[in-house]
Design a protein around this ligand. Sequence first.
Ligand code: CMP
Length: 141
Amino acid sequence: MATNFTFTIVKPDAVRNGHIGSMLNKITESGFRIVAMKMIRMSRAQAERFYAVHKEKGFFRDLVEFMVSGPVVVAMLQKENAVADYRKLMGATNPANAEPGTLRAMFAESTQNNAVHGSDSDENAELESSFFFSDFDRFWE
Ligand code: CMP
């Protein structure tokens, strides 16, 4: 079983703006292999559970509204050092601070509508992946 993977979401802003293809292209060109993927619309309950760690934050309500505002693409990405490398590829949470060439610099609208989510640890990569995918949905190389 591969352990070097991360979990990502192409968020509703990026889907609405027609960026799915360009983002997946940039992700695969950067050395990540897609091992599971689907397009879904999150329910409010799913979004609230997914972002439960932020439930005390002032931005929680707006974040949940945003995440249920349209379809998203959820995926698992395999690569050596996947979590850290993917966070580099995403760039800073606020796209105004994201390095040129990062996904958020290229595709995000704002701190909230920031185009992409990526796991912050190996543990969360597994937790978040198992939230959306069963073992049978994962196509490891
Ligand atoms: P993500 O990496 O998915 O994790 C939590 C999300 O909350 C984050 O991306 C943003 O979409 C959102 N977020 C984080 N900080 C703020 C903030 N200060 N104001 C609004 N939204 C935020």
